[in-house]
Design a binder for this molecule. Structure first.
Ligand SMILES: [Ca+2]
Length: 95
């Protein structure tokens, strides 16, 4: 006779699995000011990015579908301008 007990798994760890950084990180980008995670995708805001003027901001989309090859996509507003703080808050829902 086999008796089994199945419980939902809860993964809790203090071990750093992967450190996310922007490939074009610069001082005062404030990378990580906002973070949203859905499934295997993370969206990280960097409202201090200065690519299109002081504090224009940006956000980075990370796709972890293949943990060995994380895909980074940088997002900026097409009409970005100084003090926009693009990426100040982020939300994400991936189906
Ligand atoms: Ca800045």
């Amino acid at each position: 006779m086999v008796v089994g007990l199945s419980l939902p798994a809860l993964a809790v760890s203090s071990v750093e699995l992967h450190k996310l950084t922007a490939s074009d990180a610069a001082a005062d980008d404030i990378f990580g000011y906002s973070v949203a995670i859905s499934g295997a995708t993370a969206l990280v805001g960097a409202r201090g990015n200065d690519d299109a003027g002081f504090e224009s901001g940006s956000a980075y989309l990370f796709d972890f579908s293949d943990p060995c090859s994380i895909i980074e996509t940088k997002l900026t507003a097409s009409d970005a301008a100084a003090w926009d703080w693009f990426g100040r808050s982020v939300a994400l829902c991936v189906n």
